[in-house]
Design a protein around this ligand. Sequence first.
Ligand SMILES: [Ca+2]
Length: 400
Amino acid sequence: MNTRRWLMVLAIGVIMAIESMGQAPVITSFNGDGQLSWTNSDSGVVEYRVQGSEGMESGNWTNDLAGIVPTGTTMCVTVPLPPVTRFYRLAAVTNLSQSSYDYVVLDLSGGTNASTYPVSYLTDVPVGGWTDEYKTTKMVFRRIPADTFTMGSPVDELGRLFTETQHQVTLTQPFYMGVFEVTQKQWERVIGTWPSYSTNVSYRDTRPVEQVSYNAIRGASAGAGWPANGSVDATSFMGILRARTGKAFDLPTEAQWEYAGRAGTTTALNSGYNLTNVNSDAHMSAVGRYSYNGGAGYTQNGDTSVGTAKVGSYLPNAWGLYDIHGNVSEWCLDWFGATYPGTVTDPCGPSSSPVSNRVRRGGSWGYGADGCRVAYRAGDILGNADNDVGFRVALTPGQE
Ligand SMILES: [Ca+2]
């Protein structure tokens, strides 16, 4: 399909110049903040992305502005503003399947009264990066490729526990993992409550939600069925997300969590470093909030220099995931077992736990460096809602 619609942006305003063929969508608005949007009403399978150029005649449209949108969805991207004169177009994409998108974005802005949470797709981090919008009224997920990796820690890793036996794990399906821990504002948009210990209203929106139990996230009835099934209670956080998106959002399995958290690394920290101290460690200080870079000073009404940090405040891993180490410890789907099985494919944890412990991973603001290692494992009782435990959301295609 040779279809193009042009949008020319000048310092004096916006002119839409159209070269029209077929049924391509039109760029419908361009506001003062550089927000360019359109709705793809094409009834076919063609998808579109925004491309920009310094000159309409140059033929150089390599600056992809990262907005692919399937049929029937409204897309909005941020583009550079004048005084630079730029031209934008929608380019048809005919050979990308949905699984090729690098990011999924959920729009939670409708809040608790919304009947749907729109889902859109991005091929890259937006121009300007992940603004607070993506930590409050939206939620963003990164595509994680399928592969085989070594789970657990080597016997000589400083701070290691006996529960971290190394073994080969194969994940046969790519999945999407939350770029950030779920924040207090995101929880409020879905559930309508502010359950967290850190209550300072000037900072709470972009802090991770805590004091949320596994039962509150997935439900104590149907949601207790993992690994026999992936059901959740309709009134739980995941139940509401599923009802409003039609997609089977859930916690990650413990293997998905560690694989995504490592992003290819085999060291204690996903920055490629091992610890030199089990308590205060300079490399740990760079990748997450823990006891020795502000965590220990927590107070209920403190700002983000103590207790939990604003999500995304420290260095991400190679796949762009933030706060794998520290901030809040993160619930995973699986029952906690002190030992790992051998070589496994798509593991989903033990079939039960004698003490009703589900896995939580990554350590928190209350831990030393050894408890924030990517291989570190802990378990917690289903109904516990500790002030250093939160979660991030995952989506595994095929489980929808
Ligand atoms: Ca964390």
